[in-house]
Design a protein. Structure first.
Length: 143
């Protein structure tokens, strides 16, 4: 496993499927960086993508197949990895968005930052990177 790691939120998966920039970042750094995706983030992306694609006039089946194809670039993780950090993650998130606890718990379990566009993670004691700044983390050998 590479030395650097990030936990990827569902909104990043959606951006990777629907756009080019996030997908290019993942493709560029895959193999140098471990991108971990909690199972619930995949499920959330699968739930939201069809409606987003239909609004754009696209085919949900193609988009969901593409989401599944990202599995060779990101590493899905299950509750067996992040589950023991549930209470701490829920406490840190408070009332902001309690459903995001698996993302934060994964970052706590692995000891790495979160890549998200969601501000709910700010101030939770775990570094958080947005798509506009994540490459600073990815290319810096000191981080």
């Amino acid at each position: 496993m590479p030395g650097k790691a990030l936990v990827v939120d569902a909104n990043i998966l959606v951006r990777a499927v629907l756009g080019k920039r996030v997908r290019k970042v993942i493709e560029t750094y895959a193999g140098q960086v471990s991108f971990f995706v909690p199972d619930v983030a995949y499920t959330e992306a699968e739930e939201h993508l069809p409606a987003l694609v239909i609004k754009r006039g696209g085919d949900p089946k193609i988009v969901l197949a593409f989401l599944r194809s990202l599995a060779h670039l990101v590493e899905p993780i299950g509750r067996e990895i992040y589950g023991e950090f549930e209470a701490e993650a829920r406490e840190r998130l408070g009332e902001r968005d309690p459903e995001d606890w698996p993302i934060l718990a994964s970052a706590l379990a692995i000891g790495c930052p979160v890549w998200t566009e969601d501000t709910n993670f700010f101030g939770c004691g775990v570094p958080t990177w947005t798509s506009g700044r994540v490459e600073m983390f990815l290319r810096d050998p000191q981080k």
